[in-house]
Write a protein that binds this ligand. Structure first.
Ligand code: FAD
Ligand code: FES
Length: 293
């Protein structure tokens, strides 16, 4: 039996929230952990963060951005449909300090990962500053949810259509320059953004955790697909991460590795679109023949 979708909502163009039945994961998952799902029995496995959990209802919340074949297939599912399988909780939970000032810096879909982090940090008695970035206002997600938990929320958009104009790194830099005492930074978002957040904090000696997003396959440390270099050593993000000391991460290598499979991903996506167009054409023909008869 698969995992039934009980609620679905579009948060922004091509960005969707799904609440899914997954009792075991709902009871055990912690901030920072993720699941690996397959939409159907022949589908590839993709990792998605556990954005929220409801242990009483036995459900978890996933927030995903449509970027390729599997996430497009996920968008074809609706309330009542089932995801073929979900494995988790996977990865190490975030190490949550107590009594500190922690700044969570999220960008784009990364805000879905910031959300459980802010919740866990507040529950452990930390002061939380959230810096949330998006390219434009309409792409900004989960601001209300995070704002209701964090002590301070600063929103930035690249084009200035909402909040402060500019990058999340500018807002972070200003906070540091203004003398805000930040004990720790957690950053989650596009790899380039995380690289520059780490470059911002490094000269100030602020410990910074980056949540890495390499390609993953088995999620068990066996296949080696998710390898990343941290402090000159090979680490497996699925079992040793996904969070690592951002000042030690080789971000340029991660960017190169994420681009490795682009031709295959494009081919898979094109084939999927062709297949859906053929299906639609067959259906239209069948309907047409049906009405003509
Ligand atoms: C631990 C972890 C947690 C994640 N949590 C979330 C989440 O909560 N929400 C969410 O939307 N995404 C999340 N991701 C990224 C998500 O797994 C990818 O977007 C997904 O695998 C893309 O699959 P696809 O078949 O739709 O696209 P594909 O056709 O496989 O890829 C399309 C494009 O997406 C990018 N991409 C592919 N795989 C990844 C990847 N693993 N990470 C980043 N970019 C990728 C590449 O640029 C690629 O060209 C997470 C990744 C990891 C490793
Ligand atoms: S996904 Fe296979 S080793 Fe991590």
């Amino acid at each position: 039996m698969g995992n039934r979708i009980v609620y679905a909502k579009e948060l922004a163009p091509k960005t969707r929230l799904l609440e899914v039945e997954a009792d075991h994961i709902a009871k055990r998952g912690q901030a920072g952990q993720f699941i690996i799902l397959r939409v159907n029995d022949e589908g590839e496995r993709i990792p998605l963060t556990i954005a929220n959990r409801n242990p009483d209802k036995g459900t978890i919340t996933l927030v995903y951005q449509e970027v390729g074949k599997t996430t497009e297939m996920l968008s074809q599912l609706d309330v009542g449909d089932e995801i073929h399988d979900l494995a988790g909780p996977l990865g190490k939970a975030t190490e949550i300090p107590t009594g500190k000032t922690v700044c969570c810096v999220g960008g784009g879909i990364g805000n879905a990962v910031v959300w459980p982090q802010v919740q866990a940090l507040k529950e452990s008695g930390n002061r939380v500053i959230a810096i949330l970035g998006a390219r434009t206002k309409e792409l900004l997600i989960l601001e209300e949810e995070i704002m209701s938990l964090a002590d301070v929320t600063i929103t930035t958009t690249d084009d200035g259509s909402y909040g402060r104009k500019g990058m999340v790194t500018h807002a972070l830099e200003d906070l540091i320059d203004e003398g805000e005492k930040i004990d720790e930074v957690i950053t989650i978002g596009p790899v380039v953004m995380m690289k520059f957040v780490c470059r911002t904090t490094e000269p100030h000696g602020i410990p910074t955790q980056a949540s890495l997003n390499p390609i993953m396959v088995d999620g068990t440390g066996m296949c080696g697909a998710c390898r990343v270099t941290v402090g000159g050593e090979t680490r497996f993000a699925c079992v040793e991460g996904p969070e690592f000391d951002g000042h030690q991460v080789d971000f340029d290598e991660l960017i190169t590795r994420l681009a490795y499979y682009q031709p295959e991903e494009r081919a898979a996506s094109d084939a999927y679109h062709r297949c859906r167009m053929e299906e639609a054409a067959d259906k239209a023909t069948a309907e047409h023949l049906g009405t003509d008869r």
